[in-house]
Design a protein around this ligand. Structure first.
Ligand code: PRP
Length: 210
């Protein structure tokens, strides 16, 4: 049996639809309830819903053999897992954003609010720019508006959250999309099953296997 950690929410539902199309059906997952784990003996799969940021934790520690995680989360937490490919869904970009008139003067420490402190530190370290990272957990766009920070580092998908709060993209850091990840030991011991699954999935989606 393959244990699969899916991120709760829209991305997870889209990812499950792909697994289903590839033949890894599990009808009970479509029932309306609060259950977190679903299995199908026939197709030998066991799915569970995890908080998106926790998916790599389940996979890294072997509680899940494989999982679907955003590249943003993989860059931020750098889990020790195999990245088997890009599913080409959940596309967005990691950006620096702020008031469109903002100009970085370099003569003071830049205050950056974010949910992604490691991505932020790495990005500015590469530019040798001194920053003060202000770690928040949501509604990051609020920070520059109320004067908590100068800019933010955050995910931009449609851009509507920025627009509706009079903020703009100032710099693009990296494009983001959903990745198929595997536990290192499981990839060895369940190699045939996991390869068969990833090949079936990548044959269907617009992404690339690596
Ligand atoms: C994410 C992100 C932005 C927004 C971007 O927030 O942090 O706020 O989506 O999407 P858009 O470009 O399509 O407007 P999320 O919805 O995850 O909630 P959060 O602010 O509580 O983190």
């Amino acid at each position: 049996m393959i244990h699969i950690a899916l991120p709760k929410g829209r991305l997870g539902e889209k990812a499950y639809a792909l697994f289903e199309q590839a033949g890894y059906v599990c009808p009970s997952i479509r029932e309306e309830n609060r259950k977190l784990i679903f299995e199908n003996q026939e197709t030998q799969v066991r799915y569970f819903w995890a908080k998106p940021t926790d998916v790599p934790v389940y996979v890294e520690r072997g509680a899940a053999d494989i999982g679907i995680a955003g590249k943003d989360i993989l860059l931020e937490y750098a889990p020790d897992v195999y990245e088997l490919g890009d599913l080409g869904m959940g596309r967005c970009r990691m950006c620096v954003a702020g008031p469109s008139a903002f100009r970085d003067s370099q003569d003071s420490t830049l205050r950056v609010a974010t949910k992604f402190p490691n991505i932020t530190k790495n990005y500015y370290a590469a530019k040798s720019r001194q920053i003060d990272v202000i770690e928040l957990h949501g509604s990051i766009e609020l920070a520059p508006i109320v004067g908590l920070s100068d800019v933010i580092v955050d995910i931009v998908e449609t851009g509507s959250t920025l627009r509706e709060n009079d903020l703009s993209v100032l710099e693009t850091i990296v494009p983001i999309s959903a990745r198929f990840i595997a536990n290192r030991a499981a990839y060895k011991f369940k190699y045939n099953e996991i390869r068969k699954m990833s090949e079936a999935i990548f044959a269907l989606c617009k992404g690339d296997a690596t």
